[in-house]
Design a protein around this ligand. Structure first.
Ligand code: THU
Length: 160
């Protein structure tokens, strides 16, 4: 038997203002997208913004459905839109902002497992890391220099 230890490193910033201007701008775009979320069931609004290597910023928000599993998270709405619109572009950075309409969300909200898997597909496809930034409506911002930090031991094309 061999034990395998997997470690990960993230950076936590006290405030968005500590981050470079382009990241602040990306998070602001995610916040504007969040205002367009359709989340009448959970009342949990999420916005995502992706900076592509062609300079475009693609945004998305969560889109819910009366048949709950038919809804889609903000991150996947954005990343699939980016993939559909600019299939050759590399995804450089993704900003995510999330919070409940019913109680203030002041802690960073990480992307769910399904979104991590979806983002990981693009990281593998482009063979370059995607920087991730996520936060609640206010407060600390977490930075990960790659999706791989959030999803070690991934299922990807190499196992097919
Ligand atoms: N949600 C996202 O948009 N992204 C995530 O990573 C986690 C959850 C959405 C899905 C649903 O509309 C609401 O938040 C509550 O789960």
């Amino acid at each position: 038997m061999k034990e395998v230890k997997i470690e990960t490193t993230l950076q936590v910033f006290d405030d968005l203002k500590e981050l470079p201007e382009d990241v602040q701008n990306l998070m602001n775009k995610a916040s504007v997208a969040r205002d367009k979320a359709y989340a009448p069931y959970s009342k949990f609004l999420v916005g995502a913004a992706i900076l592509l290597d062609n300079g475009e910023i693609i945004t998305g928000s969560n889109q819910e459905n009366a048949s709950y599993p038919s809804g889609l998270c903000a991150e996947r709405t954005a990343i699939y839109y980016a993939g559909a619109k600019y299939p050759k572009a590399k995804h450089l950075k993704m900003a995510i902002i999330a919070g409940s309409q019913t109680n203030p969300t002041t802690t960073p909200i990480p992307p769910c497992g399904a979104c991590r898997q979806a983002i990981s597909e693009y990281e593998v496809k482009q063979d370059a890391p995607i920087e991730l930034y996520f936060m609640g409506e206010t407060g600390k911002v977490v930075r990960s220099n790659s999706l791989a930090n959030l999803l070690p031991f991934i299922f990807d094309k190499t196992v097919l």
